[in-house]
Design a protein around this ligand. Structure first.
Ligand SMILES: [Zn+2]
Length: 638
């Protein structure tokens, strides 16, 4: 009998002990990292959430309760039955079957009507189809990315089951080594920003945390993968964990499937969707600029087939001796701090990814509660001595002032933004300020994936902060739906805007001006002193954005292989305080606010001086051992 069967047998025994004989358990099995319990009494489990909690605590594994396949109708039949159960005026849009969770998501214009009084219709659906209904408000901005990913996962259902089986076997393999140690190797993104990658290793397992592209220069720099542990053979890695969807953290993940990696990628549901969007955009932008992207769309599909999503707080085995839990990082939609529990109580280490330790217009502040934490790996983008930023309120006042002044003298405002994060934040401020009359009402054009990224935000309102969630879900006053926002979805529309004389505001990618549609607006409008370019996000070293901030006045751009001279007469402004990163004070406060104080802090994701300055400030303030390793250094933490 293999090790996996042993584990399943143990788990079965434990579950029988907890569940009373009145509740049916038809089967217990493993699927990827998850224990799946099949039952004919799905209702009884739903009525007693304590049982599920108790099982999870006993077996210390992620658990899913699924209806017995014998009582579940096939999706085509079930969909018909569901549509019959729900009244017309509930306005059902999409019905989506999630076989992995035994759930059917029903997106309705009027979710209350769809559920029926006291959930009567929900119960009816459960009885008629065997599926557990999850009735949600239809996302007000439907996302094509989300739709395509759902389609792809449905199509590859069988292949995915096989893959999850392999993952279970790997996770349940026997531990073979007597030695106990834990180490972290910096593969990229240390004493620099871009190409983030760290390797967490024990004698038994290896986990890669983030796998990003370089953000400055040509955007094609990769982490150092030619270290002995990897030697360009990626099959030894147990898991890839992605903290968030920015390309400097996830931009290279699809390429690993080209290099021979076959294992899982763990991330939150919004991270999966946003990273897919940004990776597709990366390929498109590279091609448009005549550069060869490092992978093709088929590799993104491979990544999706191998992605296992985890919500915040769902503890899951990802290797025989490593457990992962994601916690809110406050940086962008779905961004996570990855906490690893190693061995049974041997060691705990967390990687913050990028964090914001302040409640923003979009998200709650980064989580500080971890049951145990010995080493924290933290970012230092704004960790330098002088990196204090204004508050969110001050930032929006300043943006309002810049925009109002430019519009009043008949100019245009262009704001380079990442499609994900800052765009949505700036949208909320502009909408609010126009509504109360602080900014004259002009069209706000959204170019380059921003609208689509906003659609993904409205698909996952549960990841937004409480006020915004309430506005969107309960009161239906969705700021993203304001009529001031106009999507730029064709080259013709962009041409028309570029030729228009009226004042307007343009939000466009890329955020650091190393490509993307922002370049077209800049080229066209840079020579007019009435116009303003406003930076709201971090500008990496070597990027055009950074050079403009420093006062560059004459630039030769490359337009389809030809030199193009630009004279910068427009005003160049920087509006601090919109960052999704913590400033120095917030980073230090974050360490001080942690529930369990770590014994060591490793600092990365910042220019060299910032990493060193933050490391020394943490040591001085808290007396915690700190390190700011260079790329390729290994720190043994246990
Ligand atoms: Zn980021």
């Amino acid at each position: 009998m293999g090790r996996l069967e042993d584990v399943i047998k143990e788990v079965r025994g434990a579950i029988r002990n907890i569940i009373s004989s009145e509740i049916d358990v038809s089967d217990v099995t493993m699927e990827g990292p998850t224990v799946v319990v099949y039952t004919k009494d799905i209702d009884k489990f739903a009525e007693n959430p304590e049982i599920v909690k108790q099982i999870a605590q006993t077996i210390r594994k992620r658990i899913l309760i699924r209806p017995d396949p014998k009582i579940v109708k096939p999706p085509e039949v079930a969909e018909d039955e569901i549509r019959k159960c729900i009244p017309q005026d509930a306005d059902v849009r999409e019905i989506f079957f999630d076989a992995e969770n035994g759930e059917v998501t029903i997106e309705a214009g009027n979710p209350l009507k769809a559920s029926g009084a006291n959930g009567a219709i929900e119960n009816q659906i459960k009885k008629a189809t065997g599926w557990v209904p999850r009735i949600v408000r239809a996302p007000p901005i439907p996302s094509k990315t989300v739709e395509e990913i759902r389609k792809l996962l449905r199509e590859y259902d069988a292949e995915r089951k096989k893959f999850l089986g392999e993952v279970s076997s790997r996770i349940c393999r026997l531990l073979t080594k007597q030695d106990k140690w834990v180490r972290v190797t910096s593969l990229g993104g240390f004493r620099e920003v871009g190409r983030s990658a760290s390797l967490l290793s024990t004698p038994e397992s290896m986990v890669l945390i983030d796998c990003g592209l370089e953000t400055s220069s040509d955007g094609n720099g990769t982490p150092y993968f030619y270290i002995p542990e990897i030697k360009n053979s990626f099959s030894e890695i147990d898991a890839i964990v992605v903290t968030h969807a920015h390309l400097d953290h996830c931009g290279l993940v699809p390429a690993l499937y080209k290099f021979g990696y076959n294992g899982p990628v763990y991330c939150t549901p919004p991270t999966r969707d946003l990273m897919t969007l940004l990776q597709i955009d990366y390929i498109r932008v590279s091609q448009a600029e005549g550069k060869k992207p490092l992978y093709e769309s088929k590799h993104i599909r491979e990544m999706l087939k191998h992605t296992i999503v985890l919500k915040y707080g769902e503890t899951t085995d990802i290797a025989p001796d490593i457990r992962l839990t994601f916690h809110n990082a406050g940086h962008i939609l779905g961004s996570a701090i990855a906490h690893f529990h190693i061995g049974e109580g041997l060691y705990n280490i967390a990687f913050t990814g990028d964090i914001k330790f302040e409640k923003t217009w979009l998200f709650n502040q980064a989580a500080t509660k971890f049951p145990r934490l010995e080493t924290l790996v933290i970012e230092a983008t704004y960790g330098g001595h002088k990196d204090t930023q204004p508050s969110r309120e001050e930032a929006s006042e300043r943006l309002t002032q810049i925009v109002r002044e430019t519009l009043t003298k008949g100019g245009k405002v262009i704001i380079p933004v990442f499609a994900v994060g800052r765009s949505q934040e700036v949208m909320i401020v502009l909408e609010e300020k126009m509504k109360i009359g602080d900014i004259p009402p002009v069209p706000v054009y959204l170019d380059g994936m921003i609208y689509e990224a906003t659609g993904i935000h409205t698909t996952y309102p549960e990841y937004l902060n409480s006020q915004l969630r309430q506005l969107i879900i309960e009161s239906g006053e969705n700021p993203f739906l304001s009529s001031v926002f106009q999507k730029v979805d064709s080259a013709e529309k962009r041409e028309r805007i570029l030729g228009d004389v009226e004042s307007c505001i343009v939000l466009a990618t890329s955020g650091m001006m190393n490509g993307g549609p922002i370049m077209e607006y800049f080229r066209e409008w840079a020579d007019d002193g009435k116009n303003t370019l406003v930076f709201v996000g971090y500008q990496g070293e070597g990027t055009l954005g950074r050079r403009l901030q420093k006062g560059l006045k004459e630039i030769t751009l490359n337009v389809k292989g030809n030199p193009y001279e630009v004279k910068v007469e427009m005003a160049i402004e920087t509006c601090e305080g919109f960052s999704g990163h913590s400033d120095r004070t917030q980073l230090l406060n974050y360490i001080g606010s942690l529930d369990s104080r770590p014994e060591r802090v490793i600092v990365g994701h910042g220019e060299e001086s910032k990493c060193i300055e933050l490391a020394s400030a943490i040591y001085k303030k808290y007396g915690i051992e700190t390190k700011a390793p260079m790329n390729l250094e290994t720190v043994r933490v246990k």
